[in-house]
Design a protein around this ligand. Structure first.
Ligand code: NIG
Ligand code: FE
Length: 419
């Protein structure tokens, strides 16, 4: 849609995007606004209905996309971005009927830990850069990145350092989470409390001191970290100043959602096996449910998270890819959006809200990103569809034509084009 001169002009100048179908993701707005978005120096300064004011026509670059829907950049609030290797060899085991936990016993997360430990900082950086490029072409402009494939001090720091460098250099913004509590490393086999002590005393103070992660997360699951261990870990992490996330009730209804609410966690994630009481507690506590339907699909599980019930009880629902080599090897958040509709029966407008403003809430970034409103960063997507329903209904293709990050064109027609 833009030529090179226009792209240069877009960098840092005043621009108006005109569309008959703007999905602002702001409460109280009509589902689609027929109007324009004013962008100055990377920020949105105005979103209004109607035609572009005549005075602005001379001073601004005008981009008229007709009836193509425009929406905020997607926010992917749950990924395991930095890791070594992939795990396609597990596919045959899955097809032979082995469960995720059975595979975990013979390899799983720990096989990725071995692959990650063997890579240098530069190798991890290059691999994750490619992953981010793919995410960007599908419309993702902010991601959360969990560590947790190093487990030892040096590799966890290396992975978080990589995320920090990527955040400084790649167009996608990264929010970092320390997830050393992803699995028990072989050097602590049989000594879960010893490993928790190691994280709390030797790893997390260094992460805090270097400012390498804002959040902490734990895989609270039968056979991984039980409720008591998770409570001890989360309580201590909170005391150290980390914001909390919890991998909760993914496979067994252990009470992880209730624990997340009790701890004041910002989000509880997965929740395929959440109880009715867990849903009530999330609603009361204002803890965001981050649902990962692409993972449910990939695990060939028979039950998606009860998204409808959560929405009906007033729980804030966000959606994410869960990008990782073991249970969701996809960078495409539109895959998660398809499964949110066809697997969890979410409505198209709920799905778009879940990958924009609700995802921003899951990262505590709701005042900066996640909707098209004055003062927010100009992270803007131009699509090839006319409505939320069309975007969801035509599944399996990339609907993102152009991606603007902070007002600059960074991806176009499925290819990155940043400088
Ligand atoms: O979120 N559930 C735990 N962790 C990841 C999977 C990690 C892996 O299998 O490598 C998840 O699905
Ligand atoms: Fe995960």
């Amino acid at each position: 849609m833009l030529n090179d001169n226009e792209i240069n002009y877009m960098s840092g100048k005043r621009t108006i995007i005109r569309s008959q179908a703007i999905f602002t993701a702001e409460k109280g707005q009509p589902e689609l606004l027929d109007g324009y978005i004013n962008v100055e120096n990377g920020l949105i300064t105005e979103v209004a209905a109607g035609e572009i004011p005549v005075a602005a026509k001379a001073s601004h670059l005008l981009i008229d996309v007709g009836d193509h829907m425009v929406l905020p950049g997607f926010i992917d609030p749950h990924t395991h971005l930095v890791h070594g290797g992939m795990r396609e060899q597990e596919l045959a085991l899955k097809l032979a009927g082995k469960s995720y936990m059975e595979i975990h016993e013979i390899g799983g997360i720990l096989s990725t830990v071995r692959a990650t430990r063997s890579l240098t900082e530069q190798e991890l950086y290059d691999k994750a850069w490619e992953t981010l490029d793919r995410m960007l072409t599908f419309g993702t402009t902010t991601v959360e990145a969990k560590s947790g494939y190093g487990l030892d001090l040096a590799t966890e720091l290396r992975c978080l350092q990589v995320a920090d460098c990527l955040n400084a250099r790649h167009p996608i913004d990264i929010v970092s989470t320390y997830m050393g509590a992803h699995a028990l490393p072989p050097e602590f086999a049989g000594d879960v409390h010893g490993y928790v002590d190691f994280m709390l005393k030797q790893v997390m103070p260094v992460i805090r001191e270097r400012g390498l992660a804002e959040f902490c997360d734990i895989f609270c699951e039968e056979g991984i970290f039980d409720l008591d261990v998770s409570r001890r870990f989360l309580q201590a992490a909170k005391g150290m100043g980390f914001l909390l996330k919890v991998h909760a009730d993914e496979i067994v209804p252990l009470g992880g959602a209730e624990l997340a609410a009790e701890m004041g966690a910002v989000s509880a994630e997965h929740l395929m096996a959440i109880s009715d009481y867990g849903i009530e507690r999330l609603a009361e506590a204002g803890t965001v449910a981050v649902l990962l339907p692409a993972t449910t699909f990939f695990l060939m599980a028979d039950k998606y998270a009860p998204a409808r019930k959560m929405l009906d009880h007033g729980v804030r629902v966000a959606l994410a890819t869960d990008y990782n080599p073991g249970s969701s090897p996809t960078e495409n958040i539109q895959v998660a959006m398809s499964h949110a509709c066809f697997g969890m029966k979410m409505q198209p407008d709920e799905i778009l809200t879940a990958v924009t403003i609700e995802a921003a809430h899951a990262l505590r970034r709701e005042t900066e990103i996640g909707s098209l409103a004055p003062g927010k960063r100009a992270d803007i997507l131009i699509t090839d569809v006319r409505s939320p329903a069309e975007l969801i209904y035509r599944f399996g293709v990339n609907h993102i034509v152009e991606v603007y990050k902070g007002g600059k064109l960074v991806a176009k027609q499925g290819r990155v084009c940043y400088e």
